[in-house]
Write a protein that binds this ligand. Structure first.
Ligand SMILES: Cc1cc2nc3c(=O)[nH]c(=O)nc-3n(C[C@H](O)[C@H](O)[C@H](O)COP(=O)(O)OP(=O)(O)OC[C@H]3O[C@@H](n4cnc5c(N)ncnc54)[C@H](O)[C@@H]3O)c2cc1C
Length: 220
């Protein structure tokens, strides 16, 4: 687990829009160590609003990436959306404990459940830990929110869409997991909005699965 904490300024190298509201900001890494699943606290250089963003890149990348969705009337994300390459971000971190140890990866099947940009820490984990036995379930409204779908091997990935039928499953991630069977030793990692996380944990507990094997990162 990376434990060194930095406060530093990072130049933006690239901005890639995945749809009209969601974008990847790629910035200098400056040699800073992190463990996949950790996040940064990010703000515009010299300004006062800071928010948390999971690291989206794999641990071997020589840059940092974050995946950001613009929230209507949000204090920070509309400003982040207007950033240009060459501008600078102030970061604090990396920090957080939403990580998968080598022991867990080697000894357990892993199910990752995300809504929206909650897929970010899982992209970092999957890009970094080639040895994982995992399934990723991503819940979104429409197919244009299936961020970088092609990155994930089909056999590991299920897209759940609620407002169109262009995913692998039409409905919420919670509807999908209701009909799935999981072995008792499965570890569950959940990331996204609190309602999904709460509902999903209840469904998994009702299946007789152990709450000690469930780990959550609540975004909002
Ligand atoms: C550990 C951690 C990691 C996070 N990682 C990411 C990440 O990788 N990518 C990312 O986009 N966000 C992430 N978030 C959420 C992020 O920190 C901000 O809350 C979000 O970007 C909104 O910031 P804002 O200043 O624009 O809106 P604010 O002014 O802070 O909030 C406006 C309202 O929008 C709600 N809200 C926040 N996020 C969303 C959302 N995605 N959809 C709908 N409503 C929302 C808030 O609850 C609030 O009611 C993370 C949060 C945490 C705690």
């Amino acid at each position: 687990m990376a434990t060194d904490y930095y406060h530093s300024i990072h130049k933006i190298e690239e901005i890639e829009f995945l749809n009209s509201t969601t974008f990847i900001i790629k910035m200098e890494r400056k040699g800073i160590d992190f463990t996949p699943g950790q996040h940064l606290v990010v703000g515009k250089k010299g300004e006062s609003e800071f928010r948390q963003y999971s690291l989206y890149n794999g641990e071997d990348s020589n840059y940092f990436e974050i995946l950001v969705k613009e929230v209507d009337d949000g204090a920070l994300t509309p400003k982040l959306k207007k950033l240009q390459v060459g501008e600078e971000l102030e970061i604090n971190g990396p920090m957080g404990y939403f990580t998968i140890s080598e022991n867990r990866r080697k000894n357990h099947p892993i199910v990752m459940i995300a809504t929206g940009t909650g897929i970010a820490p899982f992209k970092s984990m999957i890009a970094s830990h080639k040895d994982m036995n995992y399934k990723l379930i991503h819940g979104v409204r429409t197919i244009d929110e299936a961020y970088e779908k092609v990155f994930y091997p089909k056999k590991n990935y299920t897209l759940c869409t609620t407002r169109d039928k262009n995913g692998d499953f039409h409905g919420r991630v919670t509807d999908f997991i209701k009909d799935q069977k999981y072995s008792k030793d499965t570890l569950f990692y959940l990331c996204g909005n609190s309602e999904m996380i709460f509902d999903a944990m209840e469904i998994l507990k009702d299946k007789g699965l152990n709450a000690n094997n469930m780990f959550a990162e609540v975004y909002f």
